[in-house]
Design a protein. Sequence first.
Length: 345
Amino acid sequence: MNKAAEGENRSVMASRDGRIGRIRLDRPTALNALDLDMVRAIHAALDDWRDEPKVHAVVVESTDPRSFCAGGDVRAIREFALAGNDDAIFAFFSEEYALNRAIAEYPKPYIALIDGICMGGGIGISVHGSARVATEHALFAMPETAIALFPDIGASHVLPRLPGALGIWLALTGGRLAGADAAHAGLATHHVPRARLSALSAALAEDGQAVLAAFAEPLPPFSFASQRAAIDRCFGAPSVKEILARLAIEPTPFGADTLAALSGFSPSSICWSFEILRRGARQTLPAALADELALVRRVARHPDFAEGVRAMLVDKDRKPRWTPPTIEEVDPAAIAAMFTDHPVE
Ligand code: QUE
């Protein structure tokens, strides 16, 4: 085993335990937000165990019940962006997305045990795996429009494939899915109570992935059942403009509430997030990840990204000043230019 897989990285502990390779995320001060060292440590462990016959499955879990993984280390990315360090931005996202792809293509079961927050990059190290176990305290979201990023980590491929327009709704509004709701939506595959999660983790090491079925509980009804029709009606529209128009005439409070939520997010980000999902709907995961990598280099240079991270995570005033400030002022040509094939200059 190499150093990363031996647990050299302080924020990721990787070790063989019985029949499994166990990856424990342990960066509680950042709610397990992924930095480049963590991405490398996880990928190195997967590489070490790919051809190790004693390892029958990989289990990834957190040491902190508050958070499985809060996303990527966007504070560090913002610093790189402000310093004009495009190489560091590219290095982080290219390795993060390569890990997402390696998880999807992993030849052994990859099982994520999700308790607490699971956002953005956390979804990237779970949703591509063969099993995602959510406790009643799991909280899934793709909140990137709040910081003017977009649903990356392969979400542009995954979200359009969720039932109805749930994925577009999640992507644009940062809507949260708790516990069993994540299984209803397809982000999780099993629902296990927090009280039994450590017993499940031990049983996976002892007996292998077959124990999953014995621990899984039947799902309570989907909390968003009554809103599904409105979500599909509004977010199934063919453009951002049309989504907003449909929300405006929605007779239920869902319309006004959702418009109010969207009004706080980066208008440009709503537009490029919609466009990357529209493309991802027709793409394989590797092609979608490649398009996301091309887009993230441009998005990281847009002033809204540094401003969004500043407002939400650095100064925490939650009052971002977006450029431009309204959807009406977003230039469609400027959004289209972010998706051209020209190399980033
Ligand atoms: C939107 C996001 C993220 C976010 C908050 C948003 C995100 C992310 C984090 C995060 C949280 C805790 C940390 C950290 C990052 O917050 O992607 O380093 O300690 O990673 O509103 O997209």
